[in-house]
Design a protein. Structure first.
Length: 393
């Protein structure tokens, strides 16, 4: 049963500093806390009005002036609750109106109204930019001192330090809230980027896994279809291979989704031999790769590269021969492991790199490597280079 159905609303957790209010009630609650702290400075003007020290006209004017002053102050505190935010010009006008009212009320009704300058200072600290507040707050204190001296009272000296300190304290609180809001937004952005990166990783893994496996299943299905009339035993063997590849593809997809799959180069070389042979392509593939000292992430990137390259050869090249080389080289940037896949086919459609090559480039860049792919004199060559040792961060 929901809160509306049971006729009551459960109170939510308290709002953290800088966190946006979840509803209007929480926003009002937070604003009322700000108001309640500063209501103590209204006690002197209210006591002055109810004490009967002024004429009826002056008392009425005092109540009206105080009401307008408080209304302007509250409008500044609640400025983020309207449909449109306040402009800087409007904020400046409202604070200027508060200052004028404070001066007029103090000069006409006495020193009991000097506490209004505390509200002017708070408004400057909350609503104005930091560089503007740094000079408007001392200016407010200076006006307080001048008005206090005109009234002939020493109370202005006592309030001067308080007005300045309150104003600058509110600039610190306001800046802290703004910084916290920005940090929360930045954290949300980082979380969104991490989610996008994870989705991209899954897309790359699924493309590489399913593209290779489905291509092999298609080839073996065609072979089984051709062998079925005259060679049922060989067709049955192809069907058994299809089942094995399908089961392995299912396992690979599950491991990729959970993020634990790290393909190894030796099994991928053996799988490349099977895929090329099934496609009727003569394969020259090294049996035992030399990967001493190569990190797992680097080997995994090479394994993905080999898988994608062999898939492209089988599906798109129309080649009759494919050669895979895996060598170590010494470069100016240090030792590297170089994987080269070259065929004598057409190299595909030639419409630019597809999703597979784009994903491989991203994988190799994360491992500190590079990818080169393009036509050669008698076919197509793909070359991947990765550091032979750990990548410096």
């Amino acid at each position: 049963m929901t809160d509306d159905q049971c006729g009551e609303t459960r109170p939510g957790p308290p709002i953290a500093l800088g966190q946006a209010a979840r509803n209007r009630r929480e926003l009002w609650r937070r604003k009322l806390l700000w108001i309640g702290v500063w209501l103590v400075f209204l006690s002197s003007p209210v006591h002055d009005l109810v004490s009967g020290n002024h004429t009826t006209g002056a008392t009425v004017a005092g109540w009206l002036g105080l009401a307008v002053f408080v209304a302007v102050y509250l409008s500044l505190l609640f400025r983020d609750m309207g449909a449109a935010p306040y402009t800087s010009k409007l904020i400046t006008t409202l604070i200027g109106s508060m200052a004028v009212l404070a001066v007029v009320l103090c000069l006409t009704l006495g020193s009991a109204w000097l506490g209004l300058f505390c509200y002017v200072s708070v408004a400057c600290g909350i609503a104005l930019p930091l560089r503007v507040a740094f000079w408007t707050i001392p200016a407010t204190g200076a006006v307080l001192l001048v008005v206090g001296l005109r009234t002939g009272e020493d109370e202005a000296l006592n309030l001067l330090v308080l007005v300045v300190l309150i104003g600058f304290a509110m600039t610190g609180v306001s800046q802290l809230v703004r910084t916290t809001v920005e940090l929360r937004k930045a954290r949300a952005t980082v979380a969104q980027l991490a989610a996008n990166e994870e989705r991209l990783r899954l897309a790359r893994d699924l493309h590489d896994l399913l593209g290779h496996s489905l291509s092999l299943i298609t080839l073996k299905s065609e072979l089984a279809g051709r062998m079925l009339p005259d060679h049922p035993d060989k067709a049955a063997q192809q069907v058994a291979d299809i089942e094995q590849v399908s089961r392995q593809a299912l396992v690979d997809v599950r491991e990729a989704v959970t993020g634990y799959r790290r393909p190894r180069l030796a099994p991928e070389l053996a799988g490349a031999q099977v895929a090329l042979t099934a496609a009727g392509i003569t394969a020259a593939i090294p049996a035992e790769p030399d990967l001493d000292g190569v990190p797992e992430d680097t080997e995994s990137a090479l394994a993905w590269t080999l898988r994608e390259a062999i898939t492209n050869v089988v599906r798109h090249s129309g080649a009759a021969r494919c050669t895979v080389d895996l060598v170590r080289r010494q470069t100016l940037d240090g030792p590297v492991v170089e994987l080269s896949v070259e065929d004598d086919g057409s190299g595909g459609s030639g419409n630019g790199p597809g999703n597979g090559l784009t994903g491989l480039t991203e994988r190799l860049e994360k491992a500190g490597g590079t990818l080169e792919a393009g036509r050669v004199k008698h076919g197509f060559r793909l070359t991947a280079r990765v550091p032979a040792g750990p990548v410096a961060t």
